[in-house]
Structure formats: structure tokens, C-alpha cells
Design a protein around this ligand. Structure first.
Ligand code: SAH
Length: 232
């Protein structure tokens, strides 16, 4: 079903304007056709009520039941030197239902904070696109970039995707928890002392089978696995 994002209501109608209006026009939605509108963390089945040059008003037929009972993941992602890879991670983290991505700067990661801060606009538009595709109603949060020394075990189960320590298989990670945090290294991996410091803070080293993967592959596999294995 076509999905649009609304940021404002007029009376009982939801408003589509700006980029969403353009998207609506491209889709050539006719009167009587049903579509989905995401508004304030909820999802509604709607129909076109009226349109003019500036906006479309949508009448709400019913609220859609979008129960999302899965774990919350905070992803501490060391920023790949190839910055475009972070765009890919933002996109699939949104689709997968990751709650928050924290860009982390480590010794082998991308380290220019100002360049990262300039990417927020792009990341937010990728998040919107991915929300529309997947029907996710709450946006992925992207936090300010932090240094690897500031990473803390914030969840019930805290995992380090590690390429030094034996650790446990992701299959052995507890499934019945509400929240995970996950630290993933950049293309060149962690320095040994970085992964040691994270383990001392309480992160469990975890490996993925069968062999070493690119950072984005490891992130995708781990998040997809945890979310599917712990969903009710
Ligand atoms: N060049 C490094 C590999 C880094 S892979 C080396 O040869 O050691 C980039 C990151 O992806 C790693 O730091 C780790 O966080 C994650 N990763 C990749 N494959 C993994 C695996 N099989 N198990 C756990 N983590 C993995």
C-alpha cells in the first residue's frame, strides 16, 4: 500500500505537504483509493479528501493496528571510512526496527565529526524513505557521534561483535530480553585494546558464522537475527 508521512492535522484531516505532497502526486492517487498515512507514531488508513496547490487533506478511515512487539536495539556503529556505507546501514537499520544508531569514532574509523554532522539531513531523508517502505511508525533515532571511549553498556544484553576474542555464538545470546546494545567495528576492525576495554565494561564478545564479514554485513546479520529471534 502507498504510504505517506504527515506532520500536521487540520481538524480531523491529516495534511500532506512539501516532499510528501510531491510523492503523493507522483503516485497519482485517485479519489476513493486507500493509502496509509503515518502520523505521530501511529498509522492510519486514509482516502483523499481535498487537494490544492499547497497540500492534500486526507480523511481517516481507521487506525491501523501496527503492533510492534520486538526488542529495542541500540547500535553503536563505528563509522566506516567509506562514509556511504553508513547510509546503507541507516537505511536497513530503519527497515529492521533498530531503535537508535550511535555513530562511533574509533582508531580505525572515519573520524571527522563536522563531516558526520553534515550528514544528518541526508540520513533523516533516508529514514523517512525506509519508514514509508516498511510501515515503521517511529523514526530511527541517530545520536550525536561519540568516541569509542564513551560507549557504555546501556541495555539488558550488551554485545560486542568481535574479531579477536573467541566469545559466544550469536545463537547463545539471551533472547528473552527487552533491549540489546551492539558495538560493531569499522572496516579495519577494532584495535585489540579497544575491544578489551569494551569487554571490561561488560560487553560480551559475540561471533557470527561462518567467517569474517564486512562491517555492514555483520551489522545486518546481527540486528536481523536478534530482532527475529526475540519477537513474539
Ligand atoms: N579487517 C578486520 C575485519 C574487520 S570486519 C580483520 O581482518 O580482523 C569489521 C567489523 O565487523 C569487525 O570489527 C566486527 O565488529 C564485525 N565482524 C565482521 N565479521 C564478524 C564475525 N564473523 N563475527 C563477529 N563480528 C564480525
Amino acid at each position: 500500500m502507498h504510504t505517506f508521512l504527515s506532520y500536521r492535522a487540520e481538524g480531523k484531516h491529516l495534511v500532506l505537504e512539501g516532499g510528501e505532497l510531491k510523492h503523493f502526486r507522483v503516485r497519482r492517487i485517485g479519489r476513493g483509493e486507500k493509502f496509509r498515512v503515518i502520523y505521530e507514531g501511529k498509522s492510519f488508513l486514509c482516502q483523499l479528501y481535498s487537494e490544492d496547490r499547497e497540500k492534500v487533506l486526507c480523511s481517516v478511515i481507521e487506525e491501523l493496528d501496527e503492533k510492534q512487539s520486538f526488542c529495542s536495539i541500540t547500535l553503536f556503529q563505528c563509522v566506516p571510512l567509506e562514509l556511504k556505507t553508513f547510509d546503507v546501514i541507516v537505511r536497513f537499520a530503519t527497515e529492521l526496527g533498530v531503535a537508535e544508531v550511535v555513530p562511533v569514532m574509533s582508531s580505525r574509523s572515519f573520524r571527522k565529526r563536522e563531516a558526520l554532522e553534515r550528514k544528518f539531513g541526508r540520513w533523516n531523508s533516508l529514514i523517512k524513505e525506509a519508514m514509508k517502505l516498511s510501515g515503521r511508525v517511529h523514526p530511527l533515532r541517530i545520536s550525536e557521534p561519540i568516541d569509542i571511549k564513551e560507549v557504555e553498556p546501556v541495555a539488558e544484553e550488551n554485545i560486542l561483535l568481535d574479531n579477536f576474542h573467541e566469545g559466544i555464538s550469536i545463537n547463545e545470546v539471551r533472547k528473552s530480553v527487552k533491549s540489546y546494545s551492539l558495538v560493531v567495528g569499522p572496516e579495519g576492525g577494532f584495535k585489540l585494546e579497544e575491544s578489551k576495554a569494551l569487554i571490561e565494561k561488560g560487553f560480551k564478545p559475540v561471533y557470527l558464522k561462518p567467517w569474517v564479514m564486512r562491517t555492514q554485513t555483520a551489522t545486518l546479520v546481527a540486528c536481523g537475527f536478534l530482532i527475529n529471534a526475540s519477537s513474539s
